[in-house]
Design a protein around this ligand. Structure first.
Ligand code: ADP
Ligand code: ZN
Length: 725
């Protein structure tokens, strides 16, 4: 017997299968989709069995060394999916398989089992005989406890006496048994209730149930009860004996949403997100693979959950950019969902208050079926939005807050209500500049200014992590006139504490949530009203549902407007809508204050009146004129090199080849990327626009293969990129 093995090396060179002979003693263990250890060059490496056959066309095959898994890791569905990812992203096949598995299961050089075991003890004889053999009181106590409970965990016996446990085992009185266990502990948030669906919600559920092979776009304003609809749909799917996948963006995978699902569905849920340790992820994955759970909730990669018999796939906040992976393989979870749904003949529900232009355009064309929840549950009004012109702020009290906003926060504090303040910039200041000579501190490895972090007195690069101590004097003119300009969340917190010395303030950003569980703890504390004001970045924009929050302040709406990307308007509209949706969700009315220099910008205007329709029309018009998605497809080719000249040279060649071979494309560039240098690597871009281009994949694959042995530069191909810079 011979097996074809895809080895773990991720280079384009070795992305093919190698044949190995199966020795007699491993014949029983081999299956397609398990990991094996094989000799390769002069090393031993891992790989996946992709095929089993009687003979090989090659001579002098080496022998398989070991079969690692008892159970199949890559099911036949996942094997096909990997092929699909390779074909649609031009990543290597091994990368496409690796991305679907938890770290513990990836073929890798360092092999460590991360299954966790618990030590259980039971009596090896009847109680009387055991007690007769006991030498002291502690041994007796242990015997009695074990007899009473039948079986006891080691942790509960060592408290009595570790040495006695050992003696009892050695003397054959106690017997130890190791049992596999799962690590993830359940969150202890109170459960929420499930509600009777409103008429609008019911109609949505019924529509999805009538045709199970469609893709639905659920456009529902924030607080319209989308999550409740998801749960009702899953109820129906479970009744049919089927399973469900729910994707949410990483940052909105909060204890709140998990608790809501747990309290409704109980223990049949597995959870996958980046906050889990590798061991916890592995445990959740095994629960799924063994069919012990029916529902998987997770971030992007949960779309690969090895569930059988899927009855529905739900993608919440479908417009979220986190569904696209930013490195190889550059897949989009929505595409994977559509592909899996086809295999399982099940519906996909894409939900959002602000659907991406691509999705909404598809719904308008009838590719997706549009479902709408235009009202908040129980007739709650959308919050009232006030636009504040930053150009006209001349508050004496503060540089960053207008008087109107300060008064509004004050009112909430007096009434015992909560406020959320949003600023999409962490750190203390945006940059440090010498007032005397104009010198600005920049990262020596990246083309970007350093951000001052006051608590650590450091200047940090937000791209590569480079950090230095803040200097007092300018290194150029040696004057004592360094000033930090611009605001970050850290400074905002300081300012708020100055303005409201008695308010209880909590800040949530990348810097305050690095430790495990910090994020959850802060949200929990805020939900218990242990804080009056929550300050944060992106992280707080999504998913949170706090009944006492009646004010949302956006300190600077222009941060996302100013990113150099054709989608900046769309991102700004989505972000403002999301943030605003955090208030006035229950009984109390909410108000939103948006500070901006661009009070007349269409994205800000339409967001302030929650007018998705008109935003869509306006934005579509602009996309049509400039030939951007959804009217045209985009593909981005990046050439990266430490050698600036080389990057330019290769990207020029690539642009030339594309212009020659892909006649229906509009090829732009090469141009320097927005941040030209990151970590000393220069980046040139070639952008391709097209309606349909039959030769594009083929041409790009040829280019990648042609340069596959090059070490001096690398080429990245990104189909349907979300950020073009
Ligand atoms: P969305 O996901 O659209 O933002 P949610 O499902 O979180 O909306 O619902 C918003 C709020 O309304 C939540 O507090 C939820 O518990 C409540 N809610 C949802 N559906 C109902 C219903 N049918 N009856 C009463 N309350 C509901
Ligand atoms: Zn840097």
């Amino acid at each position: 017997m011979v097996v074809s093995v895809l080895v773990e090396i991720t280079s384009r060179n070795t992305d093919k299968m190698f044949d190995y002979v199966v020795p007699e003693n491993l014949l029983e263990k081999i299956k397609v989709g398990v990991r094996v250890a094989v000799p390769f060059a002069s090393r031993i490496i891992q790989g996946f069995i992709l095929e089993m056959k009687e003979e090989s066309e090659y001579q002098e095959l080496k022998e398989l060394i070991e079969v690692i898994d008892k159970d199949v890791v890559l099911t036949s569905e996942l094997l096909n999916l990997g092929q699909y990812i390779k074909e649609t992203t031009l990543a290597t096949l091994i990368q496409s398989y690796q991305v679907m598995l938890p770290k513990a299961l990836k073929a890798s050089k360092k092999r460590k089992t991360t299954i966790k075991y618990e030590r259980w003890f039971h009596l090896a004889m009847d109680k009387e005989s055991a007690l007769n053999l006991a030498k002291n009181e502690q041994q007796k106590e242990i015997i009695l406890k074990v007899d009473e409970e039948g079986e006891v965990l080691y942790q509960n016996l060592v408290m009595i006496s570790p040495s006695s446990v050992k003696t009892l085992v050695n003397n054959g009185i106690l017997k130890e048994e190791k049992k596999e266990c799962y690590r993830l502990a359940h969150s202890n948030l109170e459960s929420s209730f499930t509600h009777l669906l409103t008429q609008e919600q019911k109609q949505v559920v019924e529509k999805v149930l009538t045709n199970s092979k469609r893709t639905y776009l659920l456009h529902g304003v924030t607080g319209s009860g989308k999550t409740e609809v998801y749960m009702a749909l899953i109820d129906e799917v479970l009744k049919l004996g089927k399973t469900a996948i729910v994707l949410v963006p990483e940052i909105s995978l909060t204890p709140q949403i998990i608790a809501r699902f747990r309290s409704h569905f109980g223990e049949i849920i597995a959870i996958l997100h980046s906050g889990l340790s590798d061991g916890e992820k592995y445990d959740e994955w095994r629960k799924i693979s063994r069919g012990e759970v029916k529902i998987v909730i997770g971030a992007r990669s949960a779309i690969f959950a090895p569930l059988e018999n899927i009855g529905i796939i739900i993608i919440d906040e479908e417009h979220s950019t986190t569904y696209k992976q930013e490195n190889n393989p550059r897949y989009n979870a929505i595409d994977i969902a559509l592909k899996r749904a086809k295999t399982h003949q099940c519906p996909v529900v894409l939900g959002s208050a602000t659907p991406s232009l691509e999705s909404y355009a598809r719904a308008k064309k009838g590719v997706y079926q549009l479902l709408e929840l235009p009202h908040r549950v129980n007739g709650k009004q959308m919050p009232k939005v006030h636009l504040i012109d930053k150009g006209k702020i001349n508050s004496k009290a503060s540089l960053y807050f207008s008087t109107i906003l300060i008064d509004a926060i004050k009112l909430r504090l007096e009434k015992g209500e909560q406020s959320i303040l949003f600023l999409n910039k962490r750190g203390y200041s945006s940059y440090v500049t010498c007032q005397n000579c104009g010198y600005t501190e920049k990262c020596p490895h990246c083309d970007i200014t350093l951000t001052y972090h006051k608590s650590s007195m450091m200047l940090r690069c937000h791209y590569c992590g480079y950090a230095i101590n803040k200097k007092r004097k300018c290194p150029v003119c040696h004057q004592d006139s360094f000033r930090d300009l611009g605001t970050g969340t850290e400074r905002l917190e300081e300012e708020i504490k100055k303005l409201f010395p008695t308010a209880r303030v909590v800040r949530m950003d990348l810097d305050t949530t690095t430790s495990k569980g910090a994020h959850e703890k802060m949200i929990y504390a805020f939900s218990k009203h242990e804080y009056d004001i929550l300050i944060g970045t992106q992280m707080i924009a999504k998913g949170l549902d706090f009944p006492l929050v009646t004010l949302v302040g956006v300190i600077n709406a222009d941060t996302s407007l100013n990113i150099p990307d054709f989608r900046s308007g769309e991102y700004t509209f989505q972000l403002l809508n999301q943030v605003a949706g955090r208030c006035g969700r229950k009984d109390l009315e909410g108000e939103v204050y948006i500070q901006t220099f661009n009070i007349d910008h269409y994205a800000i205007k339409f967001a302030s009146i929650s007018d998705y329709q008109n935003f869509y029309l306006y934005e579509m018009n602009f996309r049509r004129q400039l030939k951007y998605p959804p009217f045209y497809y985009l593909t981005l080719v990046k050439v990266l090199s430490k050698n600036e000249q080389k990057a330019l040279e290769i990207s020029t060649i690539i642009a030339k080849i594309l212009r020659r071979d892909c006649r229906e494309c509009n090829v732009l560039g090469p141009s320097m990327s927005n941040v030209f240098r990151i970590n000393n690597v220069y980046r040139y871009l070639v952008l391709i626009k097209y309606k349909s281009e039959p030769k594009l994949y083929e041409t790009l694959e040829k280019i990648l293969n042609h340069y596959k042995t090059q070490a001096e530069f690398s080429i990245e191909v990104d189909f349907n990129p979300l950020f073009v810079s």
